[in-house]
Design a protein around this ligand. Structure first.
Ligand code: ATP
Length: 301
């Protein structure tokens, strides 16, 4: 099990009355990409912030290399984050060189900014440029280079390509794949696009209403989705507009089923106990593929 880099157990995050994240457990492994897929408001960004330790969990624990890391500074070095908007995450008044030299100094690294640029496939003469002189994709590569300066074990990428031009998304995802292989990084890939998870992630988790409702290897989850929510997500994947109309659950409705399955109000296969009892994680058709859905509980027993 030494390939486990980060393990979160039973994470809960409550904001006043909103349960943004409810009992989320997730394992990130070295040299693997894990996708966390869900619609807007499902709680994915809150999971990223919890794993980055930018916010404290209401309940649950996070283990890095099998232990609780008390010192936030040490933790944050090993677990780096890449955000959705590469422009907002770079300071417009500083050159690219400044953005890379700073973390190299802080973490006392002997590498050069030129080496970091090479690792993210950017020319070294960009170091003297300012963020606005780069394209969105190039800026995101700089943000990734800056994260690498810390020599992290884990990279948390929250919608890293959703603000980029469609034509350059694949290039940035391929760069992340290359880094996961060469540096054996554990990568969490947060996205609303389940089709990209199939291509890019080894494992996929699907989130709805603050809970993970299905998980397994990406090929299986996307080709043979078990949870009714995942099935709807995949059916509407080519038409994101339709997905939003069909799936965007108002939070009052989610609150109304706090005892049972979050998806009950929208589920085409809802049964009476879905309203009162939370479904347990149940193995579906192959090893490691599970869904939290009452449809599979009897089949497994
Ligand atoms: N700081 C906060 N204070 C109050 N409520 C919050 C806060 N952060 C998140 N929430 C609520 O928690 C729920 C999950 O939000 P979160 O941002 O994690 O979802 P998401 O799936 O990442 O959505 P998006 O893709 O739109 O960012 C939402 O109902 C949101 O309104």
């Amino acid at each position: 099990m030494d390939d486990v880099a980060l393990e979160a157990k039973g994470l809960v995050k409550t904001y006043k009355r909103v349960r943004a994240v409810q009992d989320v457990s997730i394992v990130l492994r070295r040299g693997r990409v894990t996708a966390l897929v869900g619609e807007s408001g499902s709680g994915k960004s809150t999971v990223a912030k919890l794993l980055a330790r930018l916010v404290e969990p209401t309940e649950g624990e996070i283990l890095l290399d099998g232990r609780k890391v008390r010192r936030v500074r040490e933790y944050r070095r090993k677990v780096q984050m890449v955000f959705q908007d590469p422009f907002a995450s770079l300071n417009p008044i500083h050159t690219i060189r400044y953005h890379l030299v700073r973390p190299l100094k802080i973490h006392k690294r002997t590498e050069t900014p030129e080496e970091l640029m090479e690792r993210v496939q950017l020319p070294a003469d960009f170091l003297s440029r300012y963020p606005h002189e780069l394209s969105g994709g190039q800026r995101q590569r700089v943000a990734i280079a800056r994260a690498l300066a810390a020599h992290p074990e884990v990279l948390l990428a929250d919608e890293p390509v959703s603000m980029l031009d469609v034509s350059i998304r694949l290039g940035v995802l391929n760069l992340l794949l290359d880094l996961k292989e060469r540096l054996r990084l554990a990568v969490l890939y947060i996205t609303h696009d389940i089709a990209s998870a199939r291509y890019f992630a080894d494992e996929t988790f699907v989130m709805y209403g603050g809970q993970i409702v299905e998980g397994g290897d990406s090929e299986t989850v996307t080709q043979r989705p078990a949870h009714p929510y995942t099935q709807l997500l995949i059916e509407s994947a080519p038409d994101p507009e339709r997905a939003v109309v069909a799936l965007d659950a108002p939070s009052e409705e989610v609150a109304a089923v706090s005892a049972g399955c979050q998806f009950a109000p929208r589920c085409p296969k809802v049964q009476s106990r879905c309203w009162t009892d939370a479904p347990p994680r149940t193995e579906v058709d192959s090893y490691g593929h599970w869904a939290a859905c009452w449809l599979y509980v009897e089949a497994a027993a």
